[in-house]
Design a protein around this ligand. Sequence first.
Ligand code: CU
Length: 399
Amino acid sequence: MDEKFWYKIWQVALLFAVIAMLAASLVVQSSNLSSADVREILANHGLSDDGVDQGWPVDRSIRPELVAISELKTAPADETHATYAPAVAAPIERSDQRTFDVSIESVEGVCPLDPETGTTTEKWGFRIAGDTGVTCGSPGPILRGRVGDVVNITFSNLQGNKLPHNIDFHAITGQGGGAPDLTVLPGETGTIQVRLLYPGAFMYHCDYGDVPSHIAHGMFGMFIVDPETPLPRVDAEWAIMQSEWYVGEPADNGEAPYDAGAVLREDATFVTFNGRTDALTGDNALRMEVGDRARIYFVNHGLALNSNFHPIGSQWDLVYPEAATHAANRVIRGSQTTLVPSGGATVVELDALVPSTIRLVDHALGRTFYKGATGTIIVSGDKQPELFNVLQPATPTEH
Ligand SMILES: [Cu+2]
Protein backbone atom coordinates (compact mmCIF):
# COMPACT_ATOMS: atom_id res chain seq x y z
CA MET A 1 0.00 0.00 0.00
CA ASP A 2 1.42 3.33 -0.99
CA GLU A 3 1.11 6.53 0.94
CA LYS A 4 -1.56 7.91 -1.47
CA PHE A 5 -3.93 5.02 -0.65
CA TRP A 6 -3.78 5.63 3.12
CA TYR A 7 -4.26 9.36 2.52
CA LYS A 8 -7.53 8.64 0.65
CA ILE A 9 -8.73 6.31 3.42
CA TRP A 10 -8.04 9.08 5.92
CA GLN A 11 -10.03 11.60 3.84
CA VAL A 12 -13.06 9.31 3.64
CA ALA A 13 -12.91 8.61 7.39
CA LEU A 14 -12.78 12.34 8.11
CA LEU A 15 -15.83 12.95 5.91
CA PHE A 16 -17.82 10.29 7.78
CA ALA A 17 -16.77 11.77 11.13
CA VAL A 18 -18.00 15.24 10.10
CA ILE A 19 -21.37 13.82 8.91
CA ALA A 20 -21.75 11.89 12.18
CA MET A 21 -21.04 15.03 14.25
CA LEU A 22 -23.58 17.09 12.27
CA ALA A 23 -26.26 14.41 12.66
CA ALA A 24 -25.57 14.18 16.40
CA SER A 25 -25.88 17.96 16.82
CA LEU A 26 -29.24 17.92 15.01
CA VAL A 27 -30.50 15.19 17.32
CA VAL A 28 -29.36 17.20 20.35
CA GLN A 29 -31.02 20.36 19.00
CA SER A 30 -34.34 18.70 18.28
CA SER A 31 -34.34 16.86 21.57
CA ASN A 32 -34.16 20.24 23.31
CA LEU A 33 -37.77 20.86 22.15
CA SER A 34 -40.27 18.92 24.17
CA SER A 35 -43.52 17.96 22.50
CA ALA A 36 -45.17 20.60 24.69
CA ASP A 37 -42.81 23.19 23.18
CA VAL A 38 -43.72 22.06 19.68
CA ARG A 39 -47.43 22.28 20.49
CA GLU A 40 -46.96 25.80 21.86
CA ILE A 41 -45.09 26.97 18.74
CA LEU A 42 -47.77 25.50 16.50
CA ALA A 43 -50.55 26.95 18.66
CA ASN A 44 -48.94 30.39 18.35
CA HIS A 45 -49.33 30.00 14.61
CA GLY A 46 -52.93 28.87 14.93
CA LEU A 47 -52.08 25.23 14.29
CA SER A 48 -52.39 22.13 16.39
CA ASP A 49 -49.69 19.45 16.46
CA ASP A 50 -51.47 16.92 14.28
CA GLY A 51 -51.57 19.18 11.22
CA VAL A 52 -55.03 20.37 12.06
CA ASP A 53 -55.95 24.00 11.52
CA GLN A 54 -57.66 25.40 14.62
CA GLY A 55 -59.06 22.01 15.50
CA TRP A 56 -60.62 21.34 12.08
CA PRO A 57 -59.20 18.25 10.35
CA VAL A 58 -58.01 18.96 6.82
CA ASP A 59 -59.34 15.59 5.63
CA ARG A 60 -62.91 16.56 6.51
CA SER A 61 -65.03 19.19 4.74
CA ILE A 62 -66.26 22.26 6.60
CA ARG A 63 -69.76 21.71 5.20
CA PRO A 64 -72.40 21.29 7.92
CA GLU A 65 -74.16 18.05 8.79
CA LEU A 66 -77.39 18.47 6.86
CA VAL A 67 -80.87 17.98 8.27
CA ALA A 68 -83.33 16.52 5.72
CA ILE A 69 -85.35 19.21 3.94
CA SER A 70 -88.58 17.47 4.98
CA GLU A 71 -87.63 18.01 8.63
CA LEU A 72 -86.72 21.69 8.35
CA LYS A 73 -88.90 24.39 9.86
CA THR A 74 -89.51 27.69 8.11
CA ALA A 75 -87.27 30.58 9.19
CA PRO A 76 -88.79 32.91 11.82
CA ALA A 77 -91.16 35.45 10.31
CA ASP A 78 -89.16 38.39 11.69
CA GLU A 79 -85.94 37.24 10.01
CA THR A 80 -84.88 39.45 7.09
CA HIS A 81 -83.21 37.88 4.04
CA ALA A 82 -82.95 40.76 1.56
CA THR A 83 -81.87 44.40 1.85
CA TYR A 84 -80.19 47.01 -0.33
CA ALA A 85 -76.52 48.00 0.10
CA PRO A 86 -74.96 49.31 2.19
CA ALA A 87 -77.58 47.93 4.61
CA VAL A 88 -77.41 44.24 5.47
CA ALA A 89 -79.96 42.14 7.33
CA ALA A 90 -79.30 41.29 10.98
CA PRO A 91 -76.86 38.40 11.42
CA ILE A 92 -78.58 35.02 11.53
CA GLU A 93 -77.39 33.50 14.80
CA ARG A 94 -79.91 30.66 15.26
CA SER A 95 -78.42 27.23 15.87
CA ASP A 96 -80.62 25.24 13.48
CA GLN A 97 -81.11 24.98 9.72
CA ARG A 98 -84.31 26.44 8.26
CA THR A 99 -85.97 27.12 4.93
CA PHE A 100 -86.81 30.52 3.53
CA ASP A 101 -87.91 32.13 0.27
CA VAL A 102 -86.42 34.99 -1.71
CA SER A 103 -88.02 36.54 -4.73
CA ILE A 104 -86.06 38.70 -7.14
CA GLU A 105 -86.95 40.60 -10.32
CA SER A 106 -84.68 41.87 -13.06
CA VAL A 107 -85.05 45.48 -14.14
CA GLU A 108 -83.66 47.55 -17.02
CA GLY A 109 -83.44 51.32 -16.90
CA VAL A 110 -81.30 54.43 -17.26
CA CYS A 111 -79.86 55.66 -13.95
CA PRO A 112 -77.16 57.94 -12.50
CA LEU A 113 -73.57 56.72 -12.72
CA ASP A 114 -71.56 59.86 -11.95
CA PRO A 115 -73.96 62.52 -10.59
CA GLU A 116 -71.16 65.10 -10.29
CA THR A 117 -70.87 65.27 -14.08
CA GLY A 118 -74.52 64.40 -14.71
CA THR A 119 -73.50 61.12 -16.34
CA THR A 120 -76.14 58.42 -16.56
CA THR A 121 -76.04 55.09 -18.33
CA GLU A 122 -78.25 52.14 -19.17
CA LYS A 123 -78.21 49.78 -16.23
CA TRP A 124 -79.67 46.33 -15.85
CA GLY A 125 -80.04 44.84 -12.39
CA PHE A 126 -82.10 43.14 -9.72
CA ARG A 127 -84.61 44.23 -7.10
CA ILE A 128 -86.63 42.62 -4.34
CA ALA A 129 -89.80 41.41 -6.11
CA GLY A 130 -92.48 44.06 -6.24
CA ASP A 131 -90.22 46.93 -5.16
CA THR A 132 -91.39 49.29 -7.89
CA GLY A 133 -89.24 52.14 -6.52
CA VAL A 134 -86.13 50.43 -7.88
CA THR A 135 -85.75 51.08 -11.62
CA CYS A 136 -82.14 50.02 -12.26
CA GLY A 137 -81.30 47.58 -9.47
CA SER A 138 -77.53 47.84 -9.56
CA PRO A 139 -76.24 46.57 -7.25
CA GLY A 140 -78.96 44.02 -6.63
CA PRO A 141 -80.31 43.05 -3.21
CA ILE A 142 -78.02 41.82 -0.43
CA LEU A 143 -79.34 38.36 0.42
CA ARG A 144 -78.60 36.70 3.75
CA GLY A 145 -79.04 33.19 5.13
CA ARG A 146 -77.31 30.71 7.41
CA VAL A 147 -75.12 27.81 6.35
CA GLY A 148 -77.26 24.65 6.02
CA ASP A 149 -80.38 26.66 5.17
CA VAL A 150 -82.54 25.71 2.20
CA VAL A 151 -83.55 28.63 0.00
CA ASN A 152 -86.38 28.72 -2.52
CA ILE A 153 -85.25 31.33 -5.02
CA THR A 154 -87.78 32.74 -7.45
CA PHE A 155 -86.52 34.91 -10.28
CA SER A 156 -88.77 36.90 -12.60
CA ASN A 157 -87.85 38.85 -15.70
CA LEU A 158 -90.17 41.86 -15.82
CA GLN A 159 -92.57 42.16 -18.70
CA GLY A 160 -91.30 44.98 -20.88
CA ASN A 161 -87.61 44.19 -20.42
CA LYS A 162 -85.66 43.74 -23.65
CA LEU A 163 -83.45 40.78 -22.81
CA PRO A 164 -83.45 37.32 -21.22
CA HIS A 165 -81.65 37.23 -17.85
CA ASN A 166 -80.72 34.70 -15.16
CA ILE A 167 -78.63 34.47 -11.99
CA ASP A 168 -75.44 32.56 -11.22
CA PHE A 169 -75.09 32.49 -7.42
CA HIS A 170 -71.52 31.79 -6.30
CA ALA A 171 -73.04 30.60 -3.00
CA ILE A 172 -74.93 27.78 -4.75
CA THR A 173 -73.64 24.28 -5.52
CA GLY A 174 -75.34 23.06 -8.69
CA GLN A 175 -75.34 23.58 -12.44
CA GLY A 176 -74.06 27.07 -13.22
CA GLY A 177 -74.91 28.34 -9.74
CA GLY A 178 -78.57 28.10 -10.78
CA ALA A 179 -78.25 30.13 -13.98
CA PRO A 180 -79.52 27.63 -16.61
CA ASP A 181 -82.64 26.86 -14.59
CA LEU A 182 -83.31 30.51 -13.82
CA THR A 183 -82.97 31.74 -17.40
CA VAL A 184 -86.16 33.65 -18.08
CA LEU A 185 -87.46 35.69 -20.99
CA PRO A 186 -89.28 38.97 -20.28
CA GLY A 187 -92.52 38.01 -18.55
CA GLU A 188 -91.25 34.60 -17.34
CA THR A 189 -90.53 33.29 -13.83
CA GLY A 190 -88.44 30.37 -12.55
CA THR A 191 -87.84 28.88 -9.09
CA ILE A 192 -85.03 26.70 -7.75
CA GLN A 193 -84.45 25.18 -4.30
CA VAL A 194 -80.86 25.27 -3.07
CA ARG A 195 -78.76 24.51 0.00
CA LEU A 196 -76.23 26.93 1.47
CA LEU A 197 -73.12 24.83 2.12
CA TYR A 198 -70.31 27.29 2.75
CA PRO A 199 -70.32 30.45 4.86
CA GLY A 200 -69.01 33.75 3.54
CA ALA A 201 -69.97 36.64 1.28
CA PHE A 202 -70.62 35.57 -2.29
CA MET A 203 -71.11 37.32 -5.62
CA TYR A 204 -74.15 36.67 -7.71
CA HIS A 205 -74.56 37.91 -11.27
CA CYS A 206 -76.45 37.51 -14.49
CA ASP A 207 -74.89 34.72 -16.54
CA TYR A 208 -76.93 35.08 -19.74
CA GLY A 209 -75.56 35.38 -23.28
CA ASP A 210 -72.76 37.94 -23.49
CA VAL A 211 -72.11 37.60 -19.75
CA PRO A 212 -69.50 40.39 -19.54
CA SER A 213 -72.05 42.78 -21.07
CA HIS A 214 -74.72 41.82 -18.50
CA ILE A 215 -72.31 42.21 -15.56
CA ALA A 216 -70.90 45.46 -16.95
CA HIS A 217 -74.46 46.81 -17.21
CA GLY A 218 -74.76 46.23 -13.46
CA MET A 219 -76.34 42.79 -13.02
CA PHE A 220 -74.76 41.72 -9.74
CA GLY A 221 -75.41 41.46 -6.02
CA MET A 222 -74.21 39.75 -2.83
CA PHE A 223 -75.32 36.71 -0.83
CA ILE A 224 -74.08 36.62 2.78
CA VAL A 225 -74.09 33.15 4.31
CA ASP A 226 -73.65 33.23 8.09
CA PRO A 227 -71.48 30.50 9.62
CA GLU A 228 -72.65 27.89 12.17
CA THR A 229 -70.45 29.62 14.74
CA PRO A 230 -71.75 33.20 14.57
CA LEU A 231 -69.16 35.93 14.06
CA PRO A 232 -68.68 38.19 17.10
CA ARG A 233 -71.27 40.94 17.33
CA VAL A 234 -70.21 44.37 16.08
CA ASP A 235 -71.82 47.81 16.19
CA ALA A 236 -72.45 48.07 12.46
CA GLU A 237 -72.38 45.84 9.38
CA TRP A 238 -72.31 47.12 5.80
CA ALA A 239 -72.19 45.69 2.28
CA ILE A 240 -69.92 47.29 -0.32
CA MET A 241 -69.47 46.10 -3.89
CA GLN A 242 -66.80 47.26 -6.30
CA SER A 243 -67.46 47.11 -10.02
CA GLU A 244 -66.36 48.62 -13.31
CA TRP A 245 -68.35 50.53 -15.91
CA TYR A 246 -67.29 50.66 -19.54
CA VAL A 247 -68.92 53.57 -21.32
CA GLY A 248 -68.21 56.08 -24.05
CA GLU A 249 -68.64 59.88 -24.10
CA PRO A 250 -72.05 60.95 -22.77
CA ALA A 251 -74.64 62.28 -25.20
CA ASP A 252 -76.16 65.76 -24.72
CA ASN A 253 -78.68 64.31 -22.25
CA GLY A 254 -75.79 62.90 -20.16
CA GLU A 255 -76.39 59.28 -21.08
CA ALA A 256 -73.11 57.44 -21.70
CA PRO A 257 -73.35 54.46 -24.09
CA TYR A 258 -71.98 51.01 -23.24
CA ASP A 259 -68.54 50.47 -24.80
CA ALA A 260 -67.90 46.79 -25.61
CA GLY A 261 -64.44 47.65 -26.97
CA ALA A 262 -63.40 49.04 -23.59
CA VAL A 263 -64.50 45.75 -21.99
CA LEU A 264 -62.23 43.88 -24.41
CA ARG A 265 -59.33 46.19 -23.58
CA GLU A 266 -60.15 45.93 -19.83
CA ASP A 267 -60.11 49.74 -19.85
CA ALA A 268 -62.74 50.75 -17.31
CA THR A 269 -64.24 54.22 -17.58
CA PHE A 270 -65.64 54.23 -14.03
CA VAL A 271 -64.87 52.07 -11.00
CA THR A 272 -67.50 52.41 -8.29
CA PHE A 273 -68.53 51.23 -4.87
CA ASN A 274 -72.20 50.19 -4.86
CA GLY A 275 -72.95 51.12 -8.43
CA ARG A 276 -72.38 54.87 -8.68
CA THR A 277 -69.66 57.34 -7.78
CA ASP A 278 -71.61 58.91 -4.90
CA ALA A 279 -73.09 55.79 -3.27
CA LEU A 280 -70.92 56.16 -0.15
CA THR A 281 -70.00 59.85 -0.13
CA GLY A 282 -71.68 63.10 0.89
CA ASP A 283 -75.10 62.42 2.38
CA ASN A 284 -74.49 58.71 1.73
CA ALA A 285 -71.34 58.52 3.94
CA LEU A 286 -71.21 55.72 6.51
CA ARG A 287 -71.06 56.79 10.16
CA MET A 288 -69.42 55.47 13.33
CA GLU A 289 -68.87 56.74 16.88
CA VAL A 290 -65.49 56.48 18.58
CA GLY A 291 -65.54 53.07 20.26
CA ASP A 292 -67.63 51.40 17.56
CA ARG A 293 -66.52 48.38 15.59
CA ALA A 294 -67.80 47.79 12.07
CA ARG A 295 -67.74 44.82 9.73
CA ILE A 296 -67.78 45.28 5.96
CA TYR A 297 -68.84 42.55 3.56
CA PHE A 298 -67.05 43.44 0.33
CA VAL A 299 -67.51 41.77 -3.07
CA ASN A 300 -65.48 42.70 -6.13
CA HIS A 301 -67.66 42.17 -9.20
CA GLY A 302 -64.93 43.19 -11.66
CA LEU A 303 -65.09 42.61 -14.57
CA ALA A 304 -61.32 42.84 -14.88
CA LEU A 305 -59.68 44.53 -11.93
CA ASN A 306 -58.53 43.06 -8.65
CA SER A 307 -59.29 45.43 -5.80
CA ASN A 308 -56.78 46.70 -3.24
CA PHE A 309 -59.22 47.61 -0.48
CA HIS A 310 -57.79 50.09 2.02
CA PRO A 311 -59.16 52.45 4.71
CA ILE A 312 -57.18 55.72 4.58
CA GLY A 313 -56.38 56.82 8.15
CA SER A 314 -57.17 53.45 9.71
CA GLN A 315 -56.37 49.75 9.44
CA TRP A 316 -58.28 46.53 9.05
CA ASP A 317 -58.20 45.24 12.62
CA LEU A 318 -59.33 41.90 11.25
CA VAL A 319 -59.62 40.38 7.79
CA TYR A 320 -61.39 37.18 6.87
CA PRO A 321 -59.43 36.62 3.63
CA GLU A 322 -61.63 35.75 0.64
CA ALA A 323 -64.64 36.21 2.96
CA ALA A 324 -64.09 32.67 4.23
CA THR A 325 -65.79 33.07 7.60
CA HIS A 326 -65.85 29.43 8.75
CA ALA A 327 -64.19 29.04 12.17
CA ALA A 328 -61.58 26.68 10.65
CA ASN A 329 -59.94 29.55 8.82
CA ARG A 330 -57.24 31.75 10.19
CA VAL A 331 -57.81 35.47 9.99
CA ILE A 332 -55.38 38.32 9.44
CA ARG A 333 -55.01 40.84 12.26
CA GLY A 334 -53.83 44.39 11.63
CA SER A 335 -53.65 44.70 7.85
CA GLN A 336 -53.47 47.87 5.77
CA THR A 337 -54.75 46.77 2.35
CA THR A 338 -56.41 43.53 1.44
CA LEU A 339 -56.50 42.06 -2.05
CA VAL A 340 -59.90 41.09 -3.41
CA PRO A 341 -59.93 39.25 -6.73
CA SER A 342 -62.54 39.86 -9.39
CA GLY A 343 -65.41 37.50 -8.66
CA GLY A 344 -64.26 37.24 -5.05
CA ALA A 345 -64.89 38.86 -1.71
CA THR A 346 -63.51 39.74 1.69
CA VAL A 347 -64.87 40.50 5.14
CA VAL A 348 -63.03 43.17 7.07
CA GLU A 349 -63.50 44.76 10.48
CA LEU A 350 -62.29 48.13 11.67
CA ASP A 351 -62.51 50.04 14.93
CA ALA A 352 -63.44 53.72 15.16
CA LEU A 353 -60.58 54.94 17.33
CA VAL A 354 -60.14 58.62 16.45
CA PRO A 355 -62.70 61.19 15.25
CA SER A 356 -61.87 61.54 11.57
CA THR A 357 -63.08 60.84 8.08
CA ILE A 358 -61.87 57.43 6.93
CA ARG A 359 -61.74 57.15 3.16
CA LEU A 360 -62.37 53.72 1.69
CA VAL A 361 -60.42 53.24 -1.53
CA ASP A 362 -59.05 50.86 -4.09
CA HIS A 363 -55.39 51.74 -3.48
CA ALA A 364 -54.70 51.51 -7.20
CA LEU A 365 -55.55 55.17 -6.65
CA GLY A 366 -56.21 56.21 -10.22
CA ARG A 367 -59.44 54.29 -9.82
CA THR A 368 -60.27 56.31 -6.70
CA PHE A 369 -59.21 59.78 -7.87
CA TYR A 370 -60.31 59.63 -11.51
CA LYS A 371 -62.84 56.81 -11.81
CA GLY A 372 -65.01 56.95 -8.69
CA ALA A 373 -63.90 54.13 -6.36
CA THR A 374 -64.33 55.95 -3.08
CA GLY A 375 -66.41 55.86 0.06
CA THR A 376 -66.29 57.64 3.40
CA ILE A 377 -66.81 56.65 7.02
CA ILE A 378 -67.33 59.69 9.26
CA VAL A 379 -66.14 58.89 12.79
CA SER A 380 -67.49 61.28 15.40
CA GLY A 381 -66.68 61.52 19.10
CA ASP A 382 -64.17 63.02 21.52
CA LYS A 383 -60.60 63.66 20.48
CA GLN A 384 -58.20 60.90 21.47
CA PRO A 385 -54.90 62.63 22.34
CA GLU A 386 -53.32 59.35 23.44
CA LEU A 387 -53.63 58.22 19.82
CA PHE A 388 -53.37 61.30 17.62
CA ASN A 389 -52.30 64.91 18.17
CA VAL A 390 -51.47 67.87 15.98
CA LEU A 391 -48.47 69.41 17.73
CA GLN A 392 -48.11 72.34 15.34
CA PRO A 393 -50.51 73.09 12.54
CA ALA A 394 -48.81 73.70 9.21
CA THR A 395 -47.38 77.25 9.07
CA PRO A 396 -44.71 78.81 6.85
CA THR A 397 -41.26 77.63 7.91
CA GLU A 398 -38.96 80.50 9.08
CA HIS A 399 -35.55 80.24 7.43
CU1 CU B 1 -78.80 39.67 -17.65
